[in-house]
Write a protein of this length. Structure first.
Length: 70
């Protein structure tokens, strides 16, 4: 992943953003990823690929959620 590693906050916001837009399994997986990051765990290749895809697809909306003033 060339972008900075995701934070638990970013992934939680990403989850909120994709509910109803992606299949429920994606939202659940993001919840699991956020919990793992918050606990100090690392992401595997599939997790990184998912986060990268969602950053690309929902990046503008996600940026507004994470930093509304930015």
């Amino acid at each position: 992943m060339t972008a900075p590693a995701p934070t638990a906050l970013e992934v939680s916001e990403m989850r909120a953003l994709v509910v109803g837009r992606e299949v429920p399994a994606v939202a659940q997986r993001l919840a699991d990823i956020a919990d793992r990051i918050a606990a100090g765990g690392s992401l595997d290749e599939d997790d990184r690929a998912l986060v990268t895809r969602l950053r690309h697809e929902y990046g503008h909306e996600l940026a507004e959620l994470v930093d509304p003033e930015g």
